[in-house]
Write a protein that binds this ligand. Structure first.
Ligand SMILES: *Cc1c(COP(=O)(O)O)cnc(C)c1O
Length: 392
């Protein structure tokens, strides 16, 4: 007899057979360079905690104080009774930080894309999207029910070609790109994309999840290219360099006012807690006051990348502190990661379908929280496992 869940059994068996099953490791300590993972003390090269703010004393203390003042949860959506003065303060601070008129705080970066894309374009419209854009952008585009036209990765000429060909068939267009592409650590050619989109009157949006706290002296990719206030929409997250949780949509007052009226995750899903909001606010303040952590991040990343290259590893085409260690096939990358874990180094293997077939890798996430000794320990483990598995 067939079971109505046969489709699940079959798919789960396929994932198991092809070694694509996701297994969750459990963290048993605070987040930082040194963590306890599945009961084992390890050095962490996996999280997006670029600046070590996830467990920094200032956001931690700010969260505790906010919990005492405002309580555990707002128990309402922002548009009904969930907008705390703290949310508004964070939005003001973020707008200033990014050099734009206005900003809107939502529950996550994922949510921000679901919120803003369908608010600005619909089924009569066309979206021009980089081939390697993040899943949350792709889902936001699908939700908008617009025509999605892909342009080749980091290719403004192809974007222009696509705009010329397709824009006349639709009501309006929007160009969307990741700022930093997190699998390779490469950076979108934002200035050229802006030029192309502006020439044809196409709206522009950049998702800077991996650029904030990293590029542009910590202020993100738009600062890096000197385009402050020019991009129509900037998406950000508080879950990476800022070390907390939540998403940000930033741009002109006109666009933000409109998004407040239209964005469904903003209107129909409850507000972020006071403790999280206060921690975000404190992280933004730390970054506004000093570039020290950003400098440390870059000097750590340079040291790690150059040392890996000297050891004979291929570190791909990164331009940021994300260092992909290119290994080829997925089983090798998985084995490499498992051996590193035994050696006390927590660094994740990425294989198909997260990255293209034959481009499996270990992705090393550098952080300002690492000391030179931590990096040397990781490099020694990479050298040992690399020789053992015949990679170097
Ligand atoms: C991580 C990421 C997101 C999701 O952000 P969350 O706040 O974790 O939901 C969105 N866009 C890009 C480009 C990302 O890298």
């Amino acid at each position: 007899m067939t079971d109505k869940f046969d489709f699940i059994h079959e798919e789960m068996e396929r994932l198991e057979r092809e070694k694509l099953l996701i297994r969750l490791r459990t963290i048993n300590s605070s987040v930082g360079a040194h963590m306890v993972v599945d009961g084992k003390p390890v050095l962490n090269f996996c999280t997006n905690d670029y600046l070590g703010l996830a467990n920094h004393p200032r956001p931690r203390e700010a969260a505790k104080a906010a919990l005492d003042k405002w309580g555990a949860g707002p128990a309402a959506v922002r548009s009904i009774a969930g907008t705390l003065d703290l949310h508004v303060e964070l939005e003001r601070e973020m707008a200033r930080f990014k050099g734009v008129e206005d900003a809107l705080y939502v529950q996550s970066g994922f949510c921000a894309n679901q919120a803003v894309i369908p608010a600005l374009v619909g089924k009569e419209d066309v979206i021009f999207s980089d081939r390697l854009n993040h899943a949350s952008i792709i889902d936001g585009c699908r939700l908008a029910r617009s025509k999605i036209i892909v342009f080749e990765h980091r290719d403004p000429e192809h974007a222009e070609h696509q705009i010329r060909e397709h824009l006349p068939l639709y009501r309006r267009g929007m160009l969307i790109t990741d700022g930093v592409f997190s699998m390779d650590g490469d950076v979108a050619p934002l200035d050229k994309l802006y030029e192309v989109a502006s020439k044809y009157g196409v709206m522009t949006m950049v998702d800077d999840a991996h650029g904030e706290g990293v590029l542009g002296k910590g202020r993100g990719i738009v600062h890096h290219f000197g385009l402050q206030g020019k991009f129509d929409v900037e998406i950000g997250t508080f879950s990476k360099a800022f070390g907390v949780v939540g998403g940000i949509i930033a741009g002109s007052k006109l666009v933000m006012d409109f998004v407040r009226q239209k964005a469904r995750p903003f209107l129909f899903s409850s507000a972020v807690t006071a403790a999280d909001t206060a921690a975000c606010l404190e992280s933004v303040r730390i970054l506004s006051e000093s570039e020290e952590l950003v400098d440390k991040l870059w000097s750590n990343a340079e040291y790690f990348k150059q040392s890996m290259q000297q050891l004979g590893f291929d570190t791909g085409k990164t331009e940021t502190p994300i260092v992909p260690v290119m290994l080829g096939e997925a089983p090798l990358a998985k084995q490499f990661s498992a051996r590193l874990f035994e050696e006390g180094i927590f660094a994740m293997a990425l294989g198909f379908p997260t990255v293209p077939q034959g481009e499996a890798r270990i992705r090393v996430m550098n952080s300002a929280s690492h000391s030179r000794e931590d990096l040397d320990q990781a490099l020694a483990a990479f050298e040992k496992v690399g020789r053992e598995l015949g990679v170097i």
